[in-house]
Design a protein around this ligand. Structure first.
Ligand SMILES: [Zn+2]
Length: 249
């Protein structure tokens, strides 16, 4: 049986004061993820947990003394607690008693980039008739989730597509290459973050080890790793973009 112990309810959204009562006696049936939300599916509802900018979860014996910024514990039957720490308190813990896919924070999200819903057919469809730059389209979470600035830049390099190209100018072959590149970049980043440096994250959220493998991101003026041409930088939608003017068309 699950129990919730709250020490600091003032997160991005306040933790519902009735939540400990709502959770009492429930079990965690399944753990899933949607975009940046961890979903704990319970007997009769779902907990939506977001780490915010600076949050982390630890599994500790339940009587472990609290550290500063430890805000709540999910107490497990095993005697352990899943403990949430978040110095900046942008994280959140929400509960819905109904289908989590219909939750306002989740219902308008695009498909997962590593899931079956994100394929060349889908990318082809969503780029038709759109003048927006392909990089900005990739970063629009209503169209596909989880492709942040670094990964969009790197995927476009691998697919040899200029970030500022209008989405509607993608060819069918471009869509195939770009989907493959997005999946590759994310898989590499996950793997790098899942090895010995998993606890090290740069301030931009890039896993430390993955940073060493970047082709274009934050490499303005440096030679392209493929052709030697200096990497260029520009600003798109208030975000920095990097590309090789020779490799990417
Ligand atoms: Zn190049």
């Amino acid at each position: 049986m699950l129990a919730l112990r709250v020490h600091e309810p003032r997160l991005r959204w306040p933790i519902d004061p009735h939540l400990p009562r709502k959770l009492r006696g429930q079990r965690i049936r399944r753990v899933a993820r949607r975009a940046k939300y961890l979903l704990l599916e319970l007997d009769s509802g779902t907990l939506l947990l977001h780490l915010g900018m600076s949050g982390n979860l630890r599994v500790v014996p339940r009587d472990t003394p609290r550290l500063p910024h430890d805000h709540f514990d999910l107490l497990l039957d095993s005697g352990r607690a899943v403990r949430f720490n978040d110095p900046r308190r942008f994280g959140s813990l929400l509960y819905t008693a109904t289908d989590s896919r219909a939750h306002p924070l989740l219902k308008d999200l695009g498909p997962e980039p590593l899931g079956a819903g994100f394929d060349a057919d889908y990318l082809w469809q969503i780029t038709r008739g759109r003048r927006v730059a392909i990089k900005q389209l990739l970063m629009n979470s209503h169209l596909v989730v989880g492709v942040g600035n670094i990964y969009a830049s790197e995927a476009l390099f691998r697919a040899r597509i200029r970030p500022q190209r209008a989405a509607r100018r993608l060819s069918r072959a471009d869509a195939v290459r770009l989907v493959r590149a997005v999946r590759t970049v994310l898989a590499l980043a996950i793997r790098a973050g899942g090895t010995t440096l998993r606890d090290y994250l740069g301030t931009d959220g890039a896993p430390g080890y993955f940073r060493q493998k970047l082709y274009v991101y934050e490499r303005a003026g440096k030679p392209c790793r493929r052709c030697g041409t200096p990497i260029r930088a520009l600003t798109q939608g208030q975000r920095s973009t990097y590309y090789c003017p020779s490799c990417q068309q």
